[in-house]
Design a protein around this ligand. Structure first.
Ligand SMILES: *Cc1c(COP(=O)(O)O)cnc(C)c1O
Length: 371
């Protein structure tokens, strides 16, 4: 590489490793039909109410959105029962993660603490910010060892990230456990609870941190429209946080990172209760069915409160992953999470679930025969 001047953090910088795309796999294997169960997208696609709103709003594409998306913050505030001044919408919750790091963590001084394995954006953005990223290993059953997490926290810990329900395991802990954790953190340390999948956890009031918002001064909750609301490609997420922090994030955020169509889609999605209840039904039925059938095929399956399942197949996981790709089924290897023997599959619609199971059974059968 030429000797250009770049920041030392750039040396060997490893990017986020996303799920493979349908077009990529169609082209690679010359397939006409490919299904994707790799990125925890909504199995029902996009809500018809949102599609209608997008069509009607599309002539507005030439306009700048209103900076800071105040209409959406207002609507979300009403939806969640919190003041609009505590809500910051972003270009996916990824943007809120990045903003939090940049606003509160001092490069070269502060650290960020999370479990291992965890959602890799926390790590990638921390490294980019020149902030040390510390990880406490999860328990063998993927439950949360808070004492181990706390042992990594010191007065320079700017942020503690906990994903609940967790990705990639699907494990969830009661919100009251997280409230206890918050009370044990140093005063300046923010507890960021990433609730990307909380809509799928039941009962919601046991798992969501929202009721604790008023009593925990250092709490940030992250939510997204990417999963339950089916808007992953439009990029829309948000954080709920103390007003002083929301104010700081809005000052440094690029003003139009939430585009005008994403904002309209978000507003419409919050009106579509039928889509949400249908999604919940399809995901909980599909999850129960996949859990049962994968177990019957000899896989170890971890209990999940999210819209995906983590499992360990009774053969080499990479070989199964690649054999499924060749057959037009994309799931997620967990090598980048440090678990090469496990896989993650998003809950699909009924047809997708059956196709995934049939092809998995076929590969397992062939593998058994030839080994
Ligand atoms: C999918 C996901 C998100 C959401 O990301 P967006 O940027 O809102 O699409 C956040 N956290 C976790 C753990 C996720 O799995």
């Amino acid at each position: 590489m030429t000797k250009v001047l770049v920041r030392p953090e750039m040396a060997g910088f490893k990017p986020y490793s996303p799920g493979l795309s349908i077009d990529e796999i169609k082209k690679r294997y010359g397939l006409a039909r490919v299904i994707k169960m790799a990125s925890n997208e909504n199995p029902l696609g996009t809500s018809p109410v949102v599609l209608e709103r997008l069509k009607n709003a599309s002539p507005l594409a030439f306009r700048y959105a209103q900076a800071g998306s105040p209409a959406l913050s207002e609507r979300l505030g009403r939806h969640l029962g919190v003041p609009a001044s505590c809500v910051v919408a972003g270009n996916g919750s990824d943007e809120i993660i990045d903003l939090l790091l940049r606003v509160v963590a001092r490069p070269g001084v502060d650290n960020v603490v999370a479990f291992k394995p965890c959602f890799s954006i926390y790590d990638v953005q921390s490294r980019l910010c020149g902030v040390e990223f510390r990880q406490a290993p999860l328990n063998p059953d993927f439950s949360f060892p808070f004492d181990r997490l706390l042992s990594l926290v010191d007065e320079n810990t700017a942020l503690v990230f906990v994903t609940n329900p967790d990705n990639p395991s699907g494990h969830a802990c009661p919100a009251s456990d997280l409230a206890e954790l918050a009370a044990l953190l140093p005063e300046r340390t923010l507890l960021v609870v990433d609730e990307a999948y909380v809509d799928f956890a039941a009962p919601l009031d046991v798992y969501s941190m929202l009721p604790h918002l008023g009593s925990i001064p250092n709490l940030v909750i992250l939510r997204t429209f990417s999963k339950m609301y089916g808007l992953a490609g439009l990029r829309l997420g948000y954080g709920v946080m103390p007003e002083w922090l929301a104010d700081l994030l809005l000052r440094v955020k690029l003003p139009f990172s939430v585009n005008i169509l994403a904002e309209q889609a978000g507003l419409a999605a919050l009106e579509d209760d039928i889509f949400v209840s249908e999604t919940l039904r399809v995901v909980s039925e599909g999850r129960a069915m996949l859990e049962r059938e994968l177990s019957a095929l000899g896989c170890k399956v971890w209990p999940s409160q999210a819209n995906f399942l983590m499992f360990a197949p009774p053969m080499d996981a990479r070989t199964l992953f690649e054999a499924l790709l060749e057959r037009g089924v994309i799931i997620r290897p967990l090598t980048s999470y440090g678990m090469p023997e496990k896989l993650r599959v998003s809950i699909g619609n009924e047809d997708e679930n059956l196709e995934f199971l049939a092809k998995t059974a076929e590969v397992l059968r062939d593998n058994h025969r030839y080994s």
